[in-house]
Structure formats: C-alpha cells, structure tokens
Design a protein around this ligand. Structure first.
Ligand SMILES: Nc1ncnc2c1ncn2[C@@H]1O[C@H](COP(=O)(O)OP(=O)(O)O)[C@@H](O)[C@H]1O
Ligand SMILES: [Mg+2]
Length: 400
C-alpha cells in the first residue's frame, strides 16, 4: 500500500447525490486524489474537516444564501489556511463573489460544471498549495486620473525596471488595455499584434500558443500585449476575455504591468481586484487632484476596499509659482494615498519616446528613474496585495 501515501485527501461537502456520484467517478482512478464525501449540509457542518488530513475541500453550496456564506466563513476559519477550498455553486451574485474573494477561496465554479473542469480545478489547487508564494506573479496596474498625465510613460518605465532587475530570471509583460488608442506599442516602437476579433466570441481559444503569436517583443526582450490602433472602430471587450487574457499572461510571466484606459469599463473592477499593486497617476493641478480623489473613492467603493490605490504625482515640482499647488497641498488633498512625486523632465521623456527606448538608455541616473524606483521597489511604502487573484480562477465567471 505504499502508493497510497502520495494520495491527498480531498473532502467533498455536498448533499447533491448526483454530483457526489459523478465526482467519485471522476476521481476513482486518480493516483493523486482520494475523495471523501461528506453529505452533511454546509450549515450543519461541525468539525468534520479538521484533523482529518484534509488536503483540500470542495464545498457545494448556494452562494446567494447568507447563512451558507456564514457557514463557509466558519469552515475557512477552522481550516485556517491549512487546506485550500473550492466553492461550487449554482446561484451567486456580486456580493457573494466579493465575499469569496475576501475568504480567499482557491477556485469558484458555477454549476452545471463538467467533471473535467472540477478535476482540473483540483489539480490546480493542489499544485498551488505546494507552490512557494514567491512564484505568484505580481500584477502592477497603472490608472490615469486624467488624460496625458504620463500613465503610459510610468507604466512602461516600471516594466523596464522590473525587466532589468530580473531577479531569479523573472520575466515581465506589459499589457495595454487601451484598446481604442493604446500607445504602448508606439512608445516602444513595436508592432502591436493582439487581435481581439480572433477571440472575442470564444475566449477559451486564447491559449499559450495563440498568446505567443499575439505578443510583441521589444528589442530589450520585454514582452508586450497591445492591440493595433484602429481610430474608426469602437472597441471594448467582455470581462471574460480580459480575465482569460490576464489569467494566461500571469501564468507565464512573473511580472505583469497593465496600462489602464481613462474610461471606466465593466471589466475595470475585476482588473483592480486582481491587482497586487495599484498606482493612480496624477499631476499637480487642482482639477486633476480633485479627479484623483473621486477616482480613489470609486476604486474603494467598487472593490469594497480590496484594491488600495497608491497615487503617484507626475511632473512634480517642489516650488511652483507663488500661488500654485505645493507639496503640502498635495499631501493634504491625497493624504495617505500619496506615495511620491516624479520629476518633470520633458527632454528626457520625449527623447525616450522618439527613440522607443527606456529612459536608462539615455541617462541611467535621470531624476525620473530615481523617483520612480523609490516608489515601485517592493520595500517602498506603497501598499500591496499579498497575492494576485488572476490565475486562481477566482475572477473567471464560468457560468454555462
Ligand atoms: N515626468 C515627465 N516629465 C515630462 N514629461 C512627461 C513626464 N511623463 C510624461 N511626460 C510626457 O507627457 C506626455 C503624456 O504622457 P503619456 O505617458 O502618454 O500620458 P498618458 O498615458 O497618461 O496619456 C508625453 O508627451 C510624455 O512624454
Ligand atoms: Mg496612455
């Protein structure tokens, strides 16, 4: 019986006999998993999963019912992170999804599901439980408070910093979510190759191979996912497509840097929830700082304070004209959200854009680089989410 030692016990909590039967069949031949079915209703579950060598749990529930959500909360509290949890539900709503995100469930599947999907989710969950936390990819998202504040410039420069530091061979990819008028490809002087029309009606088509075809590479090796600019087309995409794309990119790259559009789209909230480090780029004018305040509030309201914005003030001037905005005003308006200013250096930034090169290539000691480094290096005060939710399946809506 030596082989059984390697099996991991997964508990399935369900009162759905058919689902239990199907799941048993799916795992019957598995060398990896031993399935234990608990047919107690979730709300009546006591300590069944504790001390039972529970490697993971699949909880079949109705996520739209408050008492079941409360029961799930008790289960995750008892497990205390010792075993990951997959939730299977027939009904759910936005509030439930938010709570599932907070409870950090490993995956979230919507019935009807195929057993193949469930098995895959379990494999991912078990692999994830063994993976070291540093292996998670880091998602940096840049959001502009107004037009022309330097969002693209700072996102790209951050990507170069991450790409150049390459600790442990880390890889970095820039994702331009400005579908209508993205500038990343232009600034980097690469051919944009992300063809949304190929996948917009069938996001599942986007796999590693197709991603490779759609990625562009800057001369430095930095990877870029950007769509060609088509001025006459009104373009946006489904949340499912965005999530699929970011799931995939974060599975293959250690660092993902997202250049967000100014417009708030239906998928914006989801991207923010999946982000580890969210930066809002602003500048030193009263209207822009006011707009930044509104944006901070919108971000916090829509993500139930899960996303924590860190505001960067670009083209920062210590001494403005006598009656202009000063650092003290910025600090007063933005409070703890303000994480730093970036020097105004038009000549440098302009030359970098015209040549499609990182700022380092022009002046390795430039003030802009120094200021940005102080903000984005991990030790800096900018708040971070421990773990990105992309790649965990959590943000996917697998409704049939
Ligand atoms: N720190 C800076 N100093 C001077 N000019 C800057 C700085 N950052 C950005 N710019 C310039 O501002 C303009 C807008 O920058 P861009 O990154 O395209 O903004 P956004 O993406 O927010 O529209 C560009 O011409 C860029 O060269
Ligand atoms: Mg831009």
């Amino acid at each position: 019986m030596s082989g059984e030692k390697h099996q991991k016990r997964i508990f399935l909590v369900t009162t759905d006999k058919e689902f239990a039967r199907e799941t048993r069949t799916a795992f019957a031949a598995s060398e990896m998993v031993e399935l234990a079915v608990v047919d107690t209703p979730l709300t009546e579950l006591r300590g069944e999963l504790q001390g039972a060598e529970c490697a993971a749990a699949i909880i079949d529930m109705d996520a739209s019912r408050l008492e079941e959500i409360d029961a799930l909360r008790r289960v995750t509290r008892r497990l205390d992170g010792a075993a990951p949890v997959i939730v299977v539900t027939r009904e759910y709503n936005a509030g439930a999804v938010r709570i599932l995100v907070q409870l950090q469930v490993a995956d979230f599947l919507v019935k009807p599901i195929s057993t193949a999907d469930l098995v895959r989710a379990c494999q991912r969950m078990l692999a994830g439980a063994d993976r070291d936390a540093n292996a998670e990819s880091q998602i940096y998202t840049f959001m502009p408070a107004a037009g022309g504040v330097g969002n693209t410039t700072l996102a790209l420069q951050t990507a170069f910093e991450l790409h150049n530091s390459q600790q442990g061979g880390a890889t970095t990819c820039v994702v331009d979510l400005n579908l209508q008028q993205g500038a990343c490809a232009e600034y980097l002087d690469v051919e944009p190759r992300f063809d949304i029309s190929e996948i917009e009606n069938q996001p599942e088509r986007l796999d590693r191979q197709l991603l490779d075809v759609m990625l562009s590479r800057h001369a430095s090796g930095l990877a870029v996912l950007a769509a060609p600019v088509r001025p006459t087309e009104m373009r946006t995409f489904d949340t499912d497509v965005v999530v699929r794309m970011l799931d995939l990119v974060s599975a293959y790259f250690d660092n993902v840097v997202i250049d967000m559009p100014r417009t708030w789209f239906p998928w914006t909230e989801t991207v923010l929830l999946g982000t580890n480090r969210l930066f809002v780029v602003s500048e030193m004018t009263v209207p822009c700082l006011r707009q930044t305040q509104r944006l901070i509030k919108a971000i916090q309201d829509t993500t139930a304070r899960q996303a924590r914005p860190a505001v960067i003030v670009n083209r920062f001037e210590q001494k403005m004209f006598d009656n202009g905005i000063r650092q003290a005003d910025v600090e007063e308006l933005l409070g703890e959200f303000f994480v730093g200013g970036i020097a105004n250096n038009y000549k440098l930034v302009r030359e970098a854009v015209d040549r499609g090169v990182p700022l380092q290539a022009i002046d390795a000691n430039a003030n802009v680089i120094r200021d940005l480094r102080r903000i984005i290096t991990p030790e800096a005060a900018a708040p971070a989410r421990a773990k990105s939710l992309f790649g965990l399946g959590l943000l996917r809506r697998r409704s049939a």
